[in-house]
Design a protein around this ligand. Structure first.
Ligand code: ADP
Ligand code: MG
Length: 413
């Protein structure tokens, strides 16, 4: 096991490692935010649940001292989705340089870290094991606490982390929509009244209100983009192309009907509707081939692909996005109204979508319910949210033992 040495900058590897631009914080070579070294608790968080290897140092659950994310998009692009075996191999390659870079950006040594936190689940078990084992080893070697974090709780804390930095904490109880490539789930969250000590430490309690019965929303974006030869990941490119459809767009998909729990989601129907539309319109085949060739030549930007998209394709992606966003907004606000929530939180990769943000903000104004998002950089998977989620657990004395294992379907309850 290689331990990172932040004092050796020449040793900071990691070809596609990128620092995250986050709110109210300077980059790796800028002036670090001032901190009280004697009083603050610095937690190094590690996230490796899916296709991002990430490490971050967060002070007192509220101040991001560093945040590094190594994305695996290039590795998975040619398959149009995440390949689990390749993901674990990439995490193994990236974990050491990513942790080193997070320490260097925070200008801290390992010994100055007070606790280590890692994602325990849910996620791909081979991927989770890399980050968790590494964090376990660091904690054991340095005799520091290890705190396990649920990935979904991390997404919730991404919202609190940034809201706190702006001085506007979301009111509780709240309804939180977590919407990404692997998850689409609605939670009710509040401060637990029964556990005074946990509540005083800022621990939240969660109740699942509903979740997707098939594809996650981000997964539907990625699959529709693959079908239409728009590249991977599908969310950002569809977000941009949908804006180009203009007001005269003619296509639209109906609302998704779900029996039973009104707060459950389903996105496989809309994905299949796009597939049938493409099959029924043979005239789309030549432009799909042209885009496949363009992607093979590395042309992935919206401005490069847009000239290869007919009006019908732009209308189609717009109709797909409108249907997905409408469904997410309607069910989330319905849950907010039925449960009497004081605010709405939205997090996860799809929360970066510009139309989704616009519609949530519009609806929030209508209902008088404030809606909170993390910045786009902290919407997708990152480790700052893991370190932030670990802080109330640290205060509450929650520690993991040596037997801690990754759990692919870890529930948040
Ligand atoms: P995962 O746990 O699946 O890795 P992330 O939080 O990293 O989830 O989010 C990745 C997902 O978010 C992908 O499915 C991607 O297509 C989607 N996504 C990213 N940006 C956008 C966007 N602007 N609009 C819609 N979806 C997006
Ligand atoms: Mg991801």
């Amino acid at each position: 096991m290689v331990l990172p040495d932040a004092k050796n900058p020449a040793d900071l590897g990691g070809g596609c490692v990128r620092p995250v631009c986050y709110h109210n914080q300077e980059g790796p070579h800028g002036q670090s935010a001032p901190r009280d070294t004697a009083l603050s608790t610095r937690i190094l968080g590690i996230e490796s649940s899916c296709d991002e290897t990430a490490a971050a140092v967060v002070s007192d659950g509220s101040q991001i001292l560093s945040s590094i994310v190594a994305s695996q998009v290039v590795t998975h692009r040619k398959y149009g989705g995440v390949v689990p075996e390749l993901a674990s191999r990439e995490h193994l390659r990236q974990i050491v340089p990513v942790v080193r870079q997070a320490l260097a950006q925070a200008r801290l040594t390992l010994r100055e870290i007070d606790a280590f936190a890692a994602t325990r689940g849910p996620g791909l078990v081979g991927s989770l094991l890399v980050g968790l084992t590494y964090a376990k080893t660091l904690a054991f070697a340095l005799e520091k606490p290890l705190i396990p974090v649920n990935h979904l709780e991390g997404h919730v804390h991404a919202v609190f982390l940034e809201a706190r930095q702006k001085g506007c904490e979301p009111a509780l109880p709240a309804v939180c929509l977590i919407v990404s490539g692997g998850h689409t789930v609605l939670y009710w969250l509040e401060r637990p009244a029964h556990a005074a000590s946990a509540s005083a430490c800022g621990e939240l309690s969660y109740r699942c209100l509903g979740q997707t019965r098939d594809d996650a929303a981000g997964e539907a974006y990625d699959k529709v983009a693959k079908l239409l030869a728009l590249g991977y990941p599908g969310g950002p490119i569809i977000d941009q192309l949908a804006k180009q459809a203009g007001d005269g767009h003619v296509l639209s998909f109906g609302d998704t009907k779900i029996r039973g729990n009104p707060f459950d989601f389903s996105f496989s129907g809309i994905k299949t509707a796009v597939l049938y539309f493409v099959r029924e319109h043979a005239e789309l085949a030549p432009e799909i081939r042209a885009r496949q060739e363009a992607l093979a030549r590395g042309m992935r930007q919206a401005e490069q692909l847009k000239p290869l998209c007919s009006k019908m394709t732009l209308d189609l992606v717009r109709a797909f996005q409108d249907a997905v966003v409408r469904d997410l907004v309607e069910r989330t606000f319905a849950a907010g109204e039925e449960t009497g929530a004081a605010s709405i939180l939205v997090s996860g990769g799809v929360a970066a979508n510009s139309e989704l943000r616009r519609q949530f903000e519009h609806r929030a104004r209508e209902c008088g319910l404030e809606t909170f998002f993390p910045s786009r950089a902290l919407s997708t998977d990152n480790a700052a949210m893991i370190a932030a989620a670990a802080y109330p657990k640290f205060l509450a004395g929650i520690r993991a033992g040596d037997s801690l294992d990754a759990e692919a379907s870890l529930p948040l309850a």
